[in-house]
Write a protein that binds this ligand. Structure first.
Ligand code: PEP
Ligand code: MG
Length: 752
């Protein structure tokens, strides 16, 4: 059995010396395989690196035929080398040629070698290549040898990634360069171009030292760090301040289990024994885990992986003494897998210019907050957190969803041009800010804005909106650590009304449930939360919540008009019961002799299709109705709007949507009711053109969209648009977008 000659630590030291040499890439690789072979007493040592198209090419060898270098290539998954790359696991065989996966390559002259050990060269969950050793004798390699080779491969990967050992560009292999420019396509969730530098929301802790001088010392450091990690997790769990319930508590409980896991500890100890520092050992074990879990394609395990990643990072911070809170550089673009709205608000606004998330859809709350902040945001950018490194240059286009990591100067220049064009366009909108939103044929349109936080309020004047058509009150509840008290709510609503001045504000009562949960409230897990216990359903089952909110609104709106909008109403009785609660609160205020609003208007959100058929009856008790097209269409098309796989499957400009909205518009008109629309459609020029064609006259949207929508309105003639849209309702297309766009282009309707 081959036995490592001088031990892994000696090998790593030699590796370090080679890294420091100023020779060509090929020479360094050649030296490397020779040293590994000698050290591991292997007759063969080879390095295969991944080329474009995922083929693995023999880049260096000791023992095999030198002519095969750069000539032997294994296709993806081919042979034992392919198997190692595919599974990202070591392959250890005593009789490789008899294995069914063995692929015989005569040019390499590997006939005499029976035993085979291959380990993946992995970094950041990506397999860069494969490192192998072979011997004539038909024996299995010992566990320590597998460990040792994995450690060497890890150091090799780090060096390949950093370009420290050899310049991959010399080998003409751009695919392998981790620092190469990359383009990603995500989903634009909040408009605007941002140019800046990467800040990782949960940054990898930087491991400076990989090779240990004294393994015993490293073992002690690891033990101490695990000890303090366990203490901190226990403390977190026991903390009375942290009133965690449900999932939050489960997560911390899982941390505790993981933190106390003996297998994890043992694997890290073993890795240290191969010559790594404690930090490098934590990283190596986590990297291996990540690769394994990613390959399983199991969503539950992937979720667990976030926990484990987080835990490994905490452990690394204990080891490195690195602080938890980051300083933001200027022009920071934060990258994360996912983020909550409160976390986003934690960042310093004067330094943050953009946000990129792997997991976020247009209606996620973080997206809503990003839009409120006017912060460009791209969601659904798969793989960005692994690819991006701290301080990398980055360009983000929140309109198209395009992202450039480590961009070339020309790309930056192009986006700078686009950004300044955007500013010019904004200046154009600013110029029409005070002009009325009237169509060419003289029909006035009311343009309102959506809001939810105090920081939205300055946009009311800046955009020239006629008022606030939808104020999502739940956002204020969601960003806090505790439930706002009555007086806090009064102060908040009063501030909003004060800053709106004469312009109307429509307060929507708490729209909780579904994907909107309060971080501090106990929440039962539901099979289908979108169809579950949410919004007005909660309000009617727990009337105190709604009554307190209404009480606060009544106090805040004393002497003025109060507009209350009830979310997710499914039938008229539900609306009437909620309205009765409002009336009871008003009566209470009267009995207490409190100053009351001058006028109280109560409206319903039309988000559930069933209500579309009840408008004549609803309008008898509702003062107004606002179509929430986001939810309405998601229910109409049976699509989970938070699931990126299906969220975009149906176009809101589908004939069925137009038909449904036309039905609502007609029904509301017959009942002489006030109708508006406040979903995302209202803010998209082409969609809004269709909505106006269908008869809507009030739209509420994100303030940034007011300018473009007004420009569109001022260039359209409803006498032409209405009959055209009317005709489209009868078509069978999947999307009417192209037809509407062609029509707009022909008539010179401004869509930008
Ligand atoms: C809607 O559903 O269209 C809506 C405006 O409400 P939200 O997006 O807050 O669910
Ligand atoms: Mg809704």
């Amino acid at each position: 059995m081959p036995v490592a000659a001088l031990g892994p630590r000696h090998l790593l030291r030699r590796l370090r010396e080679i890294m420091a040499e100023q020779t060509s890439a090929q020479t360094r690789l050649d030296k490397l395989v020779t040293i590994i072979a000698t050290n591991m007493v292997a007759e063969v040592c080879s390095i295969y690196l991944r080329r474009a198209g995922k083929a693995l090419e023999l880049f260096a060898t000791e023992g095999l035929n030198r002519d095969a270098v750069h000539n032997t290539r294994m296709k993806e998954g081919e042979g034992l080398v392919g198997l190692v790359a595919e599974t990202a696991e070591p392959v250890n065989l005593s009789d490789a040629p008899s294995d069914p996966r063995f692929s015989y390559r005569p040019e390499t002259g590997e006939d005499p070698y029976k035993s085979f050990l291959g380990v993946p060269i992995v970094r950041g969950g990506q397999v860069f290549g494969v490192l192998t050793v072979q011997n004539r004798a038909a024996v299995q390699y010992a566990e320590e040898e597998v460990e040792a080779l994995q450690t060497v491969a890890m150091v090799l990967a780090e060096v390949v990634a950093q370009g420290g050992l050899f310049k991959i560009s010399e080998l003409d292999e751009p695919e392998l360069r981790i620092d190469r420019p990359r383009r990603f396509q995500g989903e634009g969730l909040s408009d605007g171009v941002a140019i800046g530098h990467v800040v990782l929301h949960e940054p990898r802790v930087k491991v400076e030292r990989m090779i240990a001088d004294n393994p015993q010392e490293e073992l002690t450091r690891l033990e101490e760090a695990i000890g303090s990690l366990r203490d901190s997790v226990d403390e977190m769990l026991d903390s009375s301040e942290l009133d965690l319930t449900g999932e939050g508590r489960e997560v911390i409980e899982t941390y505790r289990l993981f933190a106390h896991d003996q297998g994890w500890r043992q694997r890290m100890r073993d890795a240290i024994r191969t010559g790594l520092t404690a930090e490098a050992a934590v990283e190596r074990i986590q990297d291996e885990m990540r690769v394994r879990v990613q390959r399983l394609d199991d969503p539950v395990l992937r979720e667990r992986l976030h926990d484990l990643d987080d835990l490994a990072r905490r452990l690394l911070r204990h080891l490195t003494g690195e602080a938890q809170v980051q300083d933001l550089p200027l022009n920071a673009i934060v990258i994360a897998r996912g983020m909550g709205p409160a976390e986003l608000l934690d960042y310093r606004r004067d330094r943050l210019v953009g946000l990129v998330l792997e997991e976020a859809a247009t209606t996620s709350h973080v997206a809503i907050v990003a839009r409120s902040m006017g912060l460009p945001l791209i969601g659904s950018v798969e793989g960005i957190t692994d690819a991006a490194r701290l301080a990398d240059g980055i360009v983000v286009d929140g309109e198209t969803g395009e992202l450039h990591l480590r961009p070339q100067p020309e790309i930056v220049a192009a986006f700078e041009a686009k950004r300044s064009l955007g500013e010019q366009i904004r200046a154009r909108f600013a110029a029409i800010k005070d002009l009325p939103a009237v169509t060419k044929d003289g029909v006035p349109i009311q343009l309102m804005m959506n809001a939810g936080l105090a920081l939205d309020m300055p946009h009311l004047d800046q955009s020239g909106a006629d008022g606030i058509g939808l104020f999502r009150t739940e956002l204020q509840f969601m960003i806090g650590e505790t439930m706002p008290r009555l007086l806090d709510q009064v102060t908040f609503y009063r501030e909003i009304l004060d800053s709106a001045g004469e312009k109307p504000v429509v307060f929507r009562t708490l729209d909780l449930g579904g994907d909107k949960v309060l971080p501090y409230a106990r929440w039962e897990r539901e099979e289908n939360p979108a169809l579950g216990w949410r919004a007005i359903r909660i309000a009617l089952d727990r009337p105190a919540l709604l009554r307190y909110q209404v009480r606060a609104m009544l106090m805040a709106a004393a002497g003025r008009t109060l507009r209350i909008l009830l979310p997710m109403v499914s039938d008229v009785d539900e609306f009437n019961r909620a309205r009765a609660l409002v009336d009871r609160e008003t009566e209470r205020a009267r009995l207490l002799g409190l100053e009351r609003p001058r006028q109280i208007l109560v409206g319903a959100m039309l988000e559930v299709p069933s209500l579309a058929f009840m408008l004549p009856q609803l309008m008898r008790s509702a003062d107004f109705v606002s179509i929430g097209s986001n939810d309405l269409l998601s229910f109409a098309f049976a699509v989970d709007r938070t699931n990126p796989r299906v969220a975009k499957r149906y176009d809101p400009l589908n004939p069925a949507s137009l038909y449904l909205i036309r039905l609502i518009v007609r029904s509301a008109a017959e009942a002489h009711g006030e109708l508006s629309l406040c979903g995302e459609m209202a803010g998209k020029p082409l969609d809004a053109m269709a909505l106006l064609g269908l008869g809507l006259r009030t739209l509420s949207m994100h303030p940034a969209n007011i300018g473009p929508i007004k420009l569109m309105i001022r260039s359209m003639d409803l006498r032409e648009v209405s009959p055209f849209v009317e005709k489209l309702c009868g078509r069978t297309d999947h999307s009417l977008r192209t037809r509407l766009a062609a029509f707009a282009a022909e008539r010179g309707i401004a869509l930008k």
